[in-house]
Design a protein around this ligand. Structure first.
Ligand code: SF4
Ligand code: SF4
Length: 136
């Protein structure tokens, strides 16, 4: 048995479908939901941990790909958009764990290490460019 943490985004078209129920029933998975949210626009966010055999987990991922569901590895609801980051460095002193850090001192390149993130949400209010977002 293996356990994986994932973060799923469901657009409005998929929120009413019993996708998680099917995952449990069809692939014999144990699912532990950490966080769930449905927005007023009827978009869904789920942060969960999935346990099952490697074969069943692979089948479950294939099953999910049949829907318009966005799958992120990891369970953190904070998302850092590397494409939009200007590397201004403003967030660095506001991130208490070093999840946002300088990856390269010479080029002053900022990077995000998800495992270190404690979801304090400080970067969301302290990024002038809206690079960090959270579903929760
Ligand atoms: S949510 Fe908090 S810990 Fe995570 S990257 Fe932002 S400032 Fe750092
Ligand atoms: S404050 Fe925003 S734009 Fe500036 S380095 Fe941090 S994430 Fe990137």
């Amino acid at each position: 048995m293996i356990t994986k943490k994932v973060y799923l985004y469901f657009p409005k078209s998929e929120t009413e479908k019993p996708i998680v129920c099917e995952l449990i029933r069809n692939f014999d998975l144990t699912i532990n939901i950490f966080r769930a949210k449905v927005t007023p626009e009827e978009e869904g966010y789920l942060s969960l941990e999935i346990t099952g055999t490697e074969e069943h987990l692979e089948q479950a991922y294939e099953f999910l790909k049949g829907f318009d569901v966005v799958i992120h590895a990891g369970s953190k609801a904070v998302h850092w958009d590397s494409e939009r980051c200007t590397h201004c460095g403003n967030c660095l002193t506001h991130c208490p764990t070093g999840a946002l850090h300088l990856a390269d001192q010479a080029t002053r390149t900022v990077a995000f290490t998800e495992e270190k993130c404690i979801e304090c949400l400080s970067c969301i209010t302290n990024c002038p460019f809206g690079v960090c977002t959270s579903a929760f």
